[in-house]
Write a protein that binds this ligand. Structure first.
Ligand code: AMP
Ligand code: ZN
Length: 476
């Protein structure tokens, strides 16, 4: 079945075909995937994590389609300024002052948090992490190549990429370079020797506002540090080759970061840099995107503090197509949590029945449902549709073992941790507390009933009151 992906470059859905078909019939064809990683200067927020969830679904979809995915993600620990153009301070330097730690201590701390957040959200880790500060030599090599080919110029402050030298510079964003000028001119132009406002820095020198920059390395242009864009071009090409199959990020990267990556890479190699560009839409708070600069961020840890399973956020994201903006609200997250709990309960019920069940012949519907699910997910990762097929299976009169088989298979894409749902025996202590709570309720002793409910929750269970009496469920 064809896998269709929306390519930002062509602005249409295209059938995915890897650049290297497998050499032997028994070998899986491999796919190179580069995803822009976090700038490790602060806690990642749920907006960032929405993009990583979309990329995880993409990777799982490629895998289920029989590809061997080679995935690289960078860690930006130097050179990302507070504005994506060349204005502002280096985010790592700023954080270093704020936290009173060295940039590498800050990077280490937030990289660890980021990796924990990936775990919490069931996001499969990349095969290779590439921290920018570990690829300085390679970045200098790339800048030297660009210099030799005449794509750069040097000022007192930096080495720039000359965008007018690169034909079709705005092919990804489809912006008019003249319009881009206006946008850029509105910002403070720091370097007056810059030839074109859209020219971007490849190497910053230790001078002017960066005189006391904390992280710096020697280079042919003097002590300094690399720009943010050159790191991704360098690390993508060094680890995955001159042409990468798929490159992803959030939509904010289209106009500047990815546009600049294309310019640098293609100017250096003369080859196409990326075959499929995929971009995830924003998670927004009322009108604005969730961003540290907007002061409206929510982190994975803050969900945990509120007793919300981070996978409820994953479930929320799956319910909206990755190319549509998703408005965040606590109410929608709460409903996602209920939806997920419901799914877990259904999964648990299936498991329970399975224990005493004779496994008969598999239904033919299994294959039909598999195809249906794959058709949805192969249509540019239609996760809302995939979720509704999941619920359709649960409501079907299929045999429980067939349902279970399908759900476990669906979960290879959804990543909601369904395989971990096991039948749980309620401990006698919990049973005793439930009886005591029922008695307190009948006696209208509400505060006692509440205390007992809390004790039950501490033991990892929750009680739901229904017409037929209290229902005990696992607290997640
Ligand atoms: P950063 O750490 O700022 O480099 O961003 C990491 C990733 O998160 C990038 O792919 C961004 O495009 C993405 N991103 C940033 N803000 C949001 C948001 N509000 N919603 C979705 N993705 C975002
Ligand atoms: Zn990048």
């Amino acid at each position: 079945m064809a896998l269709m992906l929306y390519n930002t470059l062509s602005r249409q859905k295209e059938e995915f075909k890897p650049q290297h078909p497998s050499r032997f019939w028994f070998q899986k064809p491999s796919v190179s995937l580069y995803t822009c990683g976090p700038t490790v200067y602060d806690y990642p927020h749920l907006g960032n994590m929405r993009t990583y969830i979309f990329e995880d679904v993409l990777k799982r979809t490629l895998t289920i389609n029989g590809y061997n995915v080679k995935h690289v993600m960078n860690i930006t620990d130097v050179g990302h300024l507070t504005s994506d153009s060349d204005e502002g301070e280096d985010k790592m330097d700023k954080a270093s002052v704020k936290f009173g730690k060295t940039p590498s201590e800050v990077a280490k701390f937030f990289t660890k948090i980021f990796k924990e957040n990936l775990n919490d959200l069931n996001i499969i880790k990349p095969d290779k992490w590439t921290p920018a500060s570990k690829y300085i030599k390679e970045q200098i090599e790339l800048i030297k190549r660009l210099e030799t080919k005449g794509f750069t110029y040097e000022t007192n402050q930096a080495v720039y990429f000359n965008v007018l030298k690169f034909p079709n510079y705005t092919k990804l964003s489809r912006q008019n370079l003249a319009d881009k000028n206006i946008g850029v001119r509105q910002e403070v132009i720091v370097d007056r020797q810059k030839k074109h406002p859209a020219d971007f820095a490849l190497w910053f020198k230790l001078t002017g506002r960066f005189k006391n920059h904390l992280q710096h390395w020697p280079s042919p242009w003097g002590e300094g540090f690399p720009g943010w864009h050159v790191e991704c071009s360098t690390m993508a090409m060094n680890t995955l080759g001159d042409t990468v199959d798929i490159h992803c990020g959030g939509v904010d990267h289209i106009a500047v970061h990815h546009t600049n990556e294309i310019a640098q890479s293609e100017a250096a190699t003369g080859k196409q840099f990326v075959r499929y560009w995929l971009h995830g839409e924003f998670l927004i708070m009322t009108q604005d995107k969730m961003a540290k600069s907007e002061g409206n961020i929510i982190t994975v840890d803050s969900l945990k503090t509120k007793g919300i399973n981070p996978l409820a956020f994953r479930y929320l994201c799956l319910g909206v197509h990755y190319r549509s903006p998703l408005s965040f609200s606590w109410e929608s997250l709460q409903s996602a949590q209920e939806g997920l709990n419901n799914l877990y309960d259904k999964m648990m019920a299936i498991q329970k029945l399975l224990l005493n069940m004779h496994l008969g012949k598999k239904s033919e519907k299994i294959e039909t449902y598999r195809q249906k699910f794959l058709t949805a997910i192969n249509d540019d990762l239609n996760t809302p549709q995939a979720l509704s097929i999941t619920w359709e299976v649960l409501k079907d009169n299929l045999d429980d073992s067939d349902k279970r088989e399908l759900l476990i298979w669906f979960d290879e894409i959804l990543g909601l941790g369904l395989e971990k749902i096991k039948t749980v025996t309620i401990p006698s202590k919990v049973n005793k507390l439930i009886k005591e709570r029922e008695k307190a309720r009948l006696e209208k002793n509400w505060s006692q009933a509440d205390n007992l409910r809390r004790e039950i929750e501490k033991l990892g269970f929750r009680v739901e009151d229904s017409d037929t009496g209290p229902q005990v469920k696992v607290k997640r």
